[in-house]
Write a protein that binds this ligand. Structure first.
Ligand SMILES: [Zn+2]
Length: 98
């Protein structure tokens, strides 16, 4: 048996997409982005086949899909929504420095 989760070198994705850990993995390059995306994912955790935040039974919902992508962007994985996440963190950074 080969453990494919322990790949050599750049394993993409660097964590279990179906069950992302609470704590950022070693591959995580942006701890703040991870925390924000992880929080979003928690808000969109499906309960009995539906997302209460989105009010949809179409799971994984868009919020959860976006959050999963954010977790990957935080780990340096190129994603279509990468620019969004970088921008979001810039906005949040500006808010914090006020
Ligand atoms: Zn949702």
């Amino acid at each position: 048996m080969t453990d494919v989760t322990r790949g050599v070198g750049a394993s993409i994705p660097p964590f279990d997409l179906a069950d992302p850990p609470e704590e950022p993995p070693d591959a995580c390059a942006d701890l703040r982005m991870w925390a924000v995306a992880r929080e979003l994912l928690a808000e969109h955790e499906p309960f009995e086949g539906s997302c209460e935040s989105c009010g949809t039974t179409d799971v994984p919902c868009e919020g959860s899909t976006l959050a999963i992508q954010g977790l990957q962007v935080a780990c340096g994985v190129p994603m279509a929504t990468g620019a969004f996440w970088v921008h979001l963190m810039q906005v949040k950074g500006e808010q914090d420095s006020r």
